[in-house]
Design a protein around this ligand. Structure first.
Ligand code: ATP
Ligand code: MG
Length: 390
């Protein structure tokens, strides 16, 4: 029997739970030409949400393109990715690579497009931009987006383009920020959705007055999924394979994951792996949870070990004290930590998105399973033997 849960990858269809109001709101913005910034902690479902939005946009005859800058770590790769995406939007609309190749020179003045055969399972032809070596990255980027924009003008259409993990682009070259801003500003038929999980970086790009993208897009934070919806989702997925789970037990999973959809699916996937009957009990949930934490140990240990001493101490204090607005001096004394060291460590942790400050001004660890993991390490005085502890 196939596992009815998926994690760590884009999900759609039956594997996608709710987000109805977010889909509506973002579709409305992008369809109306309003660019947005969508940020959240890791794996809250930004990419999956935009995929769901893309279906609505297409139904509204709005063209759609998506590009992920996660691994684009050179100037050339960035330019290639943008050019390919711009071309792909037009190809999707024309439903033909040949037609696109014939017409491309009308819209793109610097870039020529060829076709490459991509060997692979199915083997397919894909579009390949041949960038003019004399052109600067600015000129090539501008050509790609202006080319798409002029196609849209000509056909009286609009498009939405997703720049996923957008903050990565700015690491590649410091000029990109001003260049992208200047180019994007001129495309009156394209709305952009900037996505990213480096929340701090992304917020700064768009809300710092001294930066080029200041106030240029609507900032939207993607929150957790409502516990009630996530509970229904968990029940329905188990039901699909003939496994029953009570509302209470399913709610327990959703609550423990704090509405984080990836963690909820991750736990459930592990539960499926250990399931020996057709009913999910509290015992099985515990076993699934323990397997999940074991599987996350390497990545959590990596994060924790990399932290400078002061930052790891602050993480420890936050783990033990729960969300707090002020750090009791008695506790800081135990670590020989003065106020300046505390503030510096806190600021760094916030920058790294490991710690957040809630609206109630209290600091907390962003990833509650990382916090749970640290708690277990502290209890056991070393590497945790999670399966025994839980
Ligand atoms: N609406 C949803 N319903 C059910 N599960 C979801 C939903 N959204 C996200 N998930 C879960 O979260 C996982 C990650 O989703 P996705 O890749 O879309 O998140 P992301 O925020 O783009 O992640 P990243 O921070 O890595 O870019 C999915 O594999 C799935 O398990
Ligand atoms: Mg993503």
């Amino acid at each position: 029997m196939a596992n009815p849960f998926r994690f760590g990858q884009v999900v759609g269809g039956d594997l996608f739970c709710n987000r109805t109001s977010e889909i509506k709101r973002i579709t409305h913005d992008l369809a109306g030409g309003q660019s947005i910034v969508l940020y959240s902690p890791r794996r809250y479902g930004k990419t999956s949400l935009l995929q769901a939005v893309s279906e609505k946009l297409k139904a509204n005859k709005i063209l759609y393109g998506h590009m992920d800058f996660f691994a684009t770590n050179s100037k050339e790769k960035v330019v290639q990715a943008v050019s390919r995406t711009a071309a792909q939007v037009i190809i999707d609309d024309l439903k033909s690579i040949e037609k696109f190749i014939k017409r491309a020179a009308r819209f793109f003045t610097r870039t020529r497009f060829g076709v490459r055969f991509e060997p692979g399972d199915s083997g397919s032809f894909t579009i390949w931009p041949e960038l003019s070596p004399q052109s600067s990255s600015f000129d090539s980027l501008s050509d790609a987006l202006a080319g798409l924009n002029s196609y849209l003008k000509k056909t009286k259409k609009r498009a939405a383009i997703v720049f996923d993990e957008f903050q990565q682009v700015l690491r590649v070259n410091s000029n990109f920020e001003a260049e992208f801003r200047a180019i994007i500003q001129q495309q009156d038929r394209i709305a952009f959705a900037f996505l990213g999980s480096r929340m701090h970086l992304l917020q700064d790009i768009f809300s710092n007055e001294s930066r080029p993208f200041y106030n240029s897009a609507k900032l939207i934070e993607l929150g957790p999924i409502a516990l009630e919806d996530l509970t229904k989702f968990i029940k329905a997925r188990f039901k699909k394979i003939g496994v029953s789970i009570s509302g209470e037990v399913a709610l327990g999973i959703a609550t423990r994951a704090k509405g984080h959809p990836d963690y909820a699916q991750r736990v459930c996937s592990h539960i499926f792996d250990v399931l020996e009957s057709n009913r999910v009990t509290e015992e099985v949930v515990k076993a699934g949870m323990s397997r999940m934490l074991v599987s996350l140990t390497a990545s959590f240990a990596g994060v924790f070990e990399e932290l400078p001493l002061r930052e790891s101490q602050v993480m420890t204090i936050l783990t033990e004290q729960g969300p707090i607005a002020t750090f009791p001096s008695k506790i800081l004394q135990q670590y020989d930590m003065g106020a300046p060291a505390l503030h510096k460590a806190l600021a760094n942790l916030v920058k790294k998105d490991l710690v957040r400050r809630g609206q109630d001004k209290k600091y907390f660890i962003t990833d509650n399973f990382l916090a749970e993991w640290i708690k277990e390490v502290l209890k056991s005085g070393g590497e945790p033997n999670i399966s025994e502890i839980l």
